[in-house]
Design a binder for this molecule. Sequence first.
Ligand code: SAM
Length: 483
Amino acid sequence: MNFHILTLFPEMVMQGLSESIIGNATENGLLSIEAINIRDFTKNKHRKVDDYPYGGGAGMLMQAQPVYDAWKSVADKIGRKPRTVYLTPQGQTFTQQMAKELATEQDLILLCGHYEGIDERVLEEIVTDYMSIGDYVLTGGELPAMVMVDAISRMVPGVLTNEESGCTESFEGNLLEYPQYSRPEVWQGKAVPSVLLSGNQKNIREWRKEAAIERTKERRPDLYEKYEALDRCREILKKQKLLHIDMTELIARGQAELVYAKGATICLFDKVSRIYFHTTDVKEIGCLALEAIKEHALTHAYQGIADLLVLHQDFMKPYAEETLGLHEIMVCKQAVYTRKEKLPITGLYRVDGKDAEDGMVMIRRIGKEYLDTVVAHYHTIDDPAYIIERIEKGAMYGAFLGDELVGFIGTHGEGSIGMLEVFQEYRRRRIGKALETYMINLALEAGQTPFGQVAEGNEKSFRLQESLGLCFSKADVYWMEKK
Ligand code: SAM
């Protein structure tokens, strides 16, 4: 990921971001960070970049011309209008969720103001997002830019060596992180909670969950309220466990925002994929939930439109069409791996990195160098931008024979396993089974319930899922899209 920071103090920014994890990631080529000195673009012979505000008032304002020219030098290099964040106390408060979302960008421009801020006209021209790091006023945007680069970088795949540590921390699933302890076992008479020394991973997980809940209740009652509301929904949804696996997993993975809940009518917004999920047992209340989606979309969805919705009852289809202008694009069954044990991998794929002399594939995450191959072979979603996004997210895995890619699989933004493809000449060699097994085991390792959605009529996929022991929902789910 490439950060371009427009600032009057490039040294300050570069120094602050050259150490430790961010510094290492830059050295390893996972990140690039450049600071562009806005002053270098001024046309003023005294190198001035600020002037008095029209109408009077305290302080000076950064002028439009140098800011615009500095921005344009970067935009021209990137070759399109890039995502441009202006750091300002007037912006939306930056959150962990926003960090995650911004980490999917290839290029990000961060514009730092100074003095009293920046001439409004240039902001209107170039800024795509206004973001603040909190309700207080700083002297410049440099510290906020550094805060954002740090938080976003941690979410770029590969930057944290232990990937897990990025997703078990505070704010995941609306909970703060549990307390942590290191050596010695007893310090100043205080012992480490004994369960953490027990080696029993199940008990440790339970203790940590409980501790996280208690801590959040005490320190952040606002977050706890959100957690509790979603937890109540999860209990209701679990009554039809297979049908609602997409919604319960959204909650479990900390991606869900509650849009509507009344009885068994629940509507969630996936903060990652920006897809809406809807379930109900009463048509009239289901319609109220659709109205709530319409309202929610105005401020949260892309361009104020709910353009993707998953319905869990077919009787809601005409109302989704009427209220939101959506039409059905796919009917699927949920396929859920309900067991906790990992699947055996013997004879399917190798994990040791050696040459695959015995005809077994190696499976590993794939990068953008495989984009063209993936797009050429994958036809269910003919949107290269989506495939790019999944690859950039680190969500696509390839099966290799030697150096040759022979098939791939991935996870969709909302968490389901899919996009499985084995190239024609390599079929009937259990490579599909290998890829699917790999993904199921990966999800289990992350403490998730692996699931996929099989489109009605895709008999080959049904057979594969069945052979791996996945269970299918009796009822269908309906993917609805904007016309
Ligand atoms: N006059 C501006 C106002 O009241 O909105 C404040 C200007 S502030 C003194 C100067 C610069 O610091 C801003 O242009 C912005 O880039 C940055 N800044 C200050 N506080 C910030 C915050 N909480 N979050 C992000 N940026 C901030």
